[in-house]
Write a protein of this length. Structure first.
Length: 319
């Protein structure tokens, strides 16, 4: 029997990954945080999330179909994920018309203006969130108190942990246990560190993300905030408070790890994560905004091409 060697162009092995598989994998990882938001905010969480997803999918379809003249790709899950992440970055009492504007900014400015998925420089959901924060600062910083399951537009509002931290009211903060479980005011997706960490474990298990970006962010914030806390614990909150409050967990796990806007090499990811951690802590401690996570990721998104140019991944078989 004659043995023949058949030669064909690469690639020779298919890994089984796809855009839709990874997008829906991230959505599955966000389910625990969504359930917690429903538990604490009820109707408001459902309305805001459904509206953000609807408008993101709608605007992506309309832009691709009528402006870009190409086949819509709304079924790949990316528009749905953008909508969920945008909803997780806003209060649960945000009016629907503002959500529509944020969705248009996320999809139209943050994504489609660069050519669509894979070409965008900045995270689309963050683009929408920052656009809303600058355009509607009052509505974007009015936080409903937890436990109002049937309230939406008329929900009673209160201060968040980061607001109390900025005001120096450290004695009025919730306990670390409450913060870990999510019993505190804030955006939909930032209230439960436990739920977000469960999502992180799932994505690490499925190899959707690696540990480099989230761990480098957490470690940098913990060290920086810890040093300031040791200098003056009456002014600067514990590093554990910084890790469990605001958009720290949501940003580090689900937004900074975006494939398109984060570095390709592992060393680059660590540098990227350290940059986000430093900027977040500096803005929180010394800036006028209580939260700095969104701005830090947005800035480091812009630095990503520079990181990639100096820290390139090794080619196959390279040393």
């Amino acid at each position: 029997m004659e043995n023949k060697l058949y030669v064909s162009p690469s690639p020779h092995i298919h890994g089984g990954d796809s855009i839709s598989k990874n997008m829906y994998g991230v959505l599955i990882a966000l389910v625990p945080a969504f359930l917690v938001s429903l538990y604490f905010f009820g109707l408001g969480a459902l309305i805001v999330t459904a509206a953000a997803v609807f408008f993101c999918v709608l605007f992506e379809y309309l832009i691709q179909k009528f402006l870009m003249k190409k086949e819509p790709t709304i079924c790949d899950g990316s528009a749905i994920l953008t909508g969920v992440l945008l909803a997780f970055n806003v209060p649960s009492n945000l009016p629907i018309w503002i959500i529509a504007i944020g969705s248009l900014a996320a999809i139209g400015i943050g994504k489609m203006s660069f050519g669509g998925l894979g070409n965008n420089i900045f995270n689309p959901a963050l683009t929408g969130r920052i656009f809303l924060l600058i355009s509607f600062p009052a509505q974007m910083t009015t936080w409903p108190e937890v436990g109002q399951l049937t309230a939406y537009a008329d929900a009673t509002t209160g201060a968040t942990v980061l607001t109390l931290m900025k005001e120096g009211a450290l004695d009025q903060m919730p306990t670390l246990c409450d913060m870990f479980l999510g019993k505190m005011g804030g955006s939909l997706g930032e209230v439960s560190a436990l739920a977000l960490l469960l999502g992180m474990v799932y994505m690490l298990w499925k190899k959707i993300i690696t540990w480099h970006i989230p761990v480098s962010i957490f470690a940098t914030v913990f060290v920086f905030a810890g040093i300031m806390h040791l200098i003056d614990p009456t002014v600067y909150a514990s590093p554990f408070v910084h890790l469990l409050s605001g958009g720290m967990m949501l940003g580090a796990i689900f937004m900074a790890t975006d494939y398109v806007t984060s570095p390709m090499s592992k060393n680059g990811m660590i540098v990227y994560g350290i940059g986000i951690g430093i900027l977040t802590t500096v803005i929180r401690l010394f800036g006028s905004y209580p939260e700095g996570m969104s701005f830090a990721i947005f800035i480091m998104n812009g630095v990503t091409p520079l990181i990639n140019s100096y820290m390139k991944p090794k080619h196959f078989g390279g040393k």
